[in-house]
Design a protein around this ligand. Sequence first.
Ligand code: ARG
Length: 564
Amino acid sequence: MDFLHGISHAVSEALSMDAEDIAAMMEKPPNREMGDYALPCFKLASRLKKAPPLISKELTEKVIPPGFVSRMEAAGGYLNFFIDKSLFAKNTLERVMREGQAYGGSEEGRGKTICIDYSSINIAKPFHIGHLSTTVIGNALYKLYSHLGYRCIGINHLGDWGTQFGKLIVAFKRWGDRERIEAGTVSEMLRLYVKFHDEAEKDPSLEDEARVWFKKIEDGDEEALSIFNFFKELTMRDVQHVYDMLDIRFDSCAGESFYNDKTAAVIEELRAKELLEESDGAFVVNLDEYGLPPCMIVKSDGATLYATRDIAAAIYRKKSYDFDKCLYVVAYQQNLHFKQWFRVVEKMGYSWYKDLEHVAFGMVSMEEGTLSTRKGRVVLLEEVLKSSVGKARSIIEEKSPDLEDKDGAARMVGVGAVVFGALINNRIKDIVFSYDRALNFDGETAPYVQYTHARSCSVMRKSGGGVQGKIDYSLLCDDDAQEVVQNIAAFPATVKEACRRNEPSLIARLIVDLAQSFNRFYYDHRILEEDISLRNARLMLTDCTRHVIALGLGLLGIAAPERM
Ligand code: ARG
């Protein structure tokens, strides 16, 4: 039985109430001076027909606290419980050791499936910094939910549909060169695209030609498809470098074109359910009742829209994966889009519309003065990662001239810094990326957390055999040690909360707190003490810190170097 349930049980005995109900009422006080657990007695007021301060006072006399409670105290309407510090350390640290890789995980997701639509880059367009957040938030959610036992399906919903592909084919046939594109990939495709627009200004008939070619892709024309697939394969090959650097893989890359042959059925269904309205030759679903503009389903020229394909995709995913939740990690600019088509699914009568969730996030821009912004061009993610690795390499050269694998460490630190930079803030916030900030070894950064991890690994190496024999946890009752234990103990609930709110930043924040508390402990306490009991207890704390930091970084998709 854990602390929470032990206390709830004791309270439930005193009140002849269900222990689970009490457990659900219990809170964690905002700071530890107020106790480790608190029972807010106002939640009992109507049931007991008494004022909360009276309830808490009476309970101090009636409740027989379990042995691990060192103190119980009424404070206004709260009944506060203080856990014995030594037992708190023992329970927490031994649980970490016992559960190992599974620490903070659970079985709550057993038998449940979550689809996560993330990264979702566009074919023939650069993989730019605007796709950083969706890629790393989606990946972190994938790992977090997996840790809770959910089956996750990671989907890269490729943007591989639209009239621009007709234009690209026209440009390719006139001015394109296979070899040049193979060598230059996306930048070469962009060049063709720009060329098309320049030429189409002089000769508008090119636009008609592009429409014809796009229609040919839609109809499955062999030549059109082969050129289209050529663009697609090359883009995918190009972006694979970025995914490799980030160590990200997907379970499915079924993008918009995959739904080309599945939209007709959706339109038919909408028509049969009498949800389609004609509007200037186009067909829309009216959403007045929700105060939303109508959702366009078919354009006047018969073409389908982004929303049509998203509806088809949701229906397909429900059929194929029977998801319990389907998350869309997409920038807040698309808020309206998701609101609209979620409502269309609701109007179609699918009760699972409520399992669709738009996980929105803010914009990422580069700090003024970085090379990329000065040139006024798109900032490629690959370039940002590489340049961060380069900068990490020089910092490491300076800080750790004797390190053996400097390149390996620089890759982990440089990439980690960028990923962490996109995860440390509440996801809805806009962020301005700065290399200096992200690579600051003393800030709220990956390098700082990674460095703390490497430091604790180094202490463990120097200790020789690590923790040996029995541990006297009463030696971990000072404030500094307790602070570390507290952060370690918060990990399981934080993983859960991060999933509940789809907010990986909670984990990023917790491992920063853990690293900071450990470093305070480290500066004020010698770990490799002569005294064997002291040394053992402190090594246990160090080892658990090392372990939880590595776990936390891992859940964020960031490597934890053992030396740096
Ligand atoms: N490709 C789109 C973009 O770059 C994002 C797609 C998001 N996923 C979705 N199912 N709509 O803006």
